[in-house]
Design a protein. Sequence first.
Length: 264
Amino acid sequence: MPELQDPTLGTPSRNKIMYAIQQTGSRLIGDGFIAGYLIDCLKMAEGLIPVHKYMMSKEAMQRGIATDIITQRNAQTDDNLRWLKQMESEDFHRVNVLSFLSLWAAYESGNENIIAAILESQQSAADSAAGKFPPTKYAALQWPWTEDICLDVASKLDQKAKSATPDGGWDIAARLTTLFSWLGVDIEIPARSAACLNEASMVRNVLLHRYGRLGPRDIERAPHLDERGNKAIKITRSRLRQYSDAVRVVNVSIMIGVEKAGWA
């Protein structure tokens, strides 16, 4: 989730690559707590609603507030309580969805920032990346590139890696490995985390583009997600934790690869 304040990190910002990696890791950890904090707040609010209504009635009597105003306030409070109970009956699915989408946005933008930091800091990586495009596109630009150019190249490299990786639309773990290898970074993502990452990517697309409903190909690839027939995927706390763990493992894998490349 985009934050108003940058996290305070031990890594100096002049070490652009490692700073970008740790900045991403910090945000991934923070987003992992969003659902828990929101659910706790909602549960506390649910417990305080009767007290709130009592205090409003008491204040109204003391201050002579019109009955219709109190009725309106109570109706709003009752509507909030109804919404809370609906969220609870769904095991806070919508809260978990919001947390997951925030987590995935942090993962994608974080990786793009890491790649941009590598391109800005390592000429060999920039030369290799430029070689994936027509010679008049980026190779003709004087290095070091500006931050805007590095971010532009980073975003376009992902599509190049998708085309260059077998089943790169589904296997985004392999796609990421392909992309980083072009830059001179070998990353090793554990098989279990890679499978979970690929599933999370599919779920993200299904949530954003099909109201959470799986297509036939999705069910073929991840039949265990088809728990509710032709209904939306339910994002449980357990599933959210699995996806959160996977993106953090990838972040650590990138850090290890960067250290092996000698750029730490």
